[in-house]
Design a protein. Structure first.
Length: 174
């Protein structure tokens, strides 16, 4: 195995990413690593401005984007998904009551309830949808596949005023 093989580099990278994400989750800090890691690097040098991802600590849209970015990264490695990280992210971001309801929904439907799919998206966007009662609704659009064979799934994520996810649905609570 040479130094440039992905099998040689993967354990250290995974450990570093997982440690960084868990540290950020534990501190309640907005992690931008996941979202930035999901932006594909350009194949050629470009004259366009570099892409950036920004967020605001404590902002509901940033919080949902952080959760989805980290969750997709944890679930996204088909040969070695990080189940313990995905579980820790759920425990940190979801209310206990919603986590129980989501587990029951997953058992009934046979798919991941956070993603509403068996696989992970290639891209996603997170958009503010305004206040709903005492909470806030955020739209998460997941894009599965690539090229001409893509499928979009729109999810409505309801966040309570203490910044924990209380529901993920395919229809708006508005």
């Amino acid at each position: 195995m040479n130094r440039n093989s992905s099998a040689h580099r993967r354990p250290g990278r995974r450990a570093a990413v997982a440690a960084g994400l868990l540290l950020a989750v534990g501190l309640g800090v907005s992690t931008q690593v996941s979202a930035q890691a999901s932006v594909p690097a350009p194949a050629k040098a470009s004259t366009a401005a570099p892409q950036s991802v920004s967020g605001t600590s404590g902002h509901v849209v940033t919080r949902v984007a952080d959760f989805y970015g980290a969750y997709v990264d944890a679930k996204g490695d088909y040969t070695d998904p990080d189940v313990s990280l995905a579980t820790a992210l759920r425990k940190h971001y979801l209310t206990p009551d919603f986590a129980k309801r989501l587990a029951a929904w997953e058992e009934k439907n046979g798919v991941d309830g956070v993603l509403r799919a068996q696989n992970v998206p290639a891209r996603w966007t997170v958009t503010d949808n305004g206040t709903v009662g005492n909470g806030h609704e955020v739209i998460v659009t997941l894009v599965f596949g690539s090229g001409e064979t893509t499928q979009k799934t729109k999810l409505f994520v309801l966040v309570e005023r203490y910044n924990h996810i209380v529901d993920i649905n395919t229809t708006s609570a508005r």
